[in-house]
Design a protein around this ligand. Sequence first.
Ligand code: GLN
Length: 451
Amino acid sequence: VSLKPIVQGMLEHVMERSDNNDDGALSDAIPALQEVDPRPFALAVTTIDGEQYCAGDSDVSFTIQSISKPFVYALALESIGSAEVLNHVDVEPSGDAFSELSLMPETGRPFNPMINAGAIAAHALVPGDTEERVDHILDLFSRLAGRRLTMNSQIYRSEREHADRNLGIAHMLRARGVIESDPESVVDGYIQQCSIEVTARDLSMMSATLANGGLHPVSGERILSPAVVRQTMSVMLSCGMYDIAGDWITRIGVPAKSGISGGVTGALPGQLGITAFSPRLGPNGSSVRGFRVFYELSQELSLHLLDAAPATDDIVIHSREGQDANGKPWRVLQVLGAITFPGAERILRELSDLSDEFTELSPENARLVVDLSSTLRINPIGRQLLAEAVRRIAEQASRVIILDPAGLLDRLDKAAFGRAELHRRRDTVPKHKAVTVHEPTLELRPEGHEE
Ligand code: GLN
């Protein structure tokens, strides 16, 4: 039974609700965009492991326009580092329209890389001359999309002939020392960047790579580093939707970027890349149906970032009593899932209660296993708190063993655990359903250990 139609049907259903909405108009910012077909409507969703659900006209090409901005920003960050990029472009929402000739009064830098001023500056930060920059950009976009992309020369030429505003911005940037390169060639490269053709399917794959922390969902290639992705998605969240960024985040809650050709793409960390496409724009320069369909999808699939399950839901802690083959009592604390700060804090409370029980036992009968064999991951603060907890308990107990077959705690110095013993032996992992711990726990003992 193929169950893909279940999810596919949800997408189609969501699209149907906006199907008859013909509000808005084609962009008048670029003459050639007035000529495009206003009818295509697409919704594409890509999971972080590369499954795609495409509805409507997901294979219709359109120029990427401003949706190129977050990806070129990521390329600049990757190429010259965050500190240097921040010396040229800030990360503050402007509340302005995308084409505003504006700089932050305090810093003299563009507000953010999502409006044209910041995007043109970010383009200029990509190393090389105009041709090399465009090559880099086309290459990056193609790797993200998973196929070779090309440029739409007709729309490029049309925008190039009507580039006064962007040229004005670039001259302002050079006058203020934000860019050093020739404004004409920077704008030429920037317009080429905006003319790269993509489909909704492509863009959802590109965004899914962001959602996946920079690892390509299909090839598994590391294309961007996690820190770069985090910074890029942060500015998408705060500035990606220009002067409707506030409305977008409160109602839809997905870091996103729109473009004047009618695309909107969103990246939901650890979950999905999502793209909608419909060329008719509202007064703010974003797709009318795109907004609508993102809203419906966010509602329908509960995608709002702030509706995310609390991190404590990622963890299950089982506390059990057991005994070894010699009939000696052990306490076993098994941790399933992921340990981040909130989970670690709960483990500490659990361990406190558990070690209180030790005081009722004779010290030589106070034995504890912390079983991490079903723990998926642990972050640095989780590691630190767990090590400190077992170190303190080990001072009071007869034995404390941490079972860590995956080596989640390897990065910590052995000394951090004090008297607690770290074991990696996979064959000694107690079974999940075993409430009473027999042989396996006994086998945990290092060879030659004296009780
Ligand atoms: N190429 C367009 C410009 O720079 C992109 C604008 C947009 O999509 N918001 O004006």
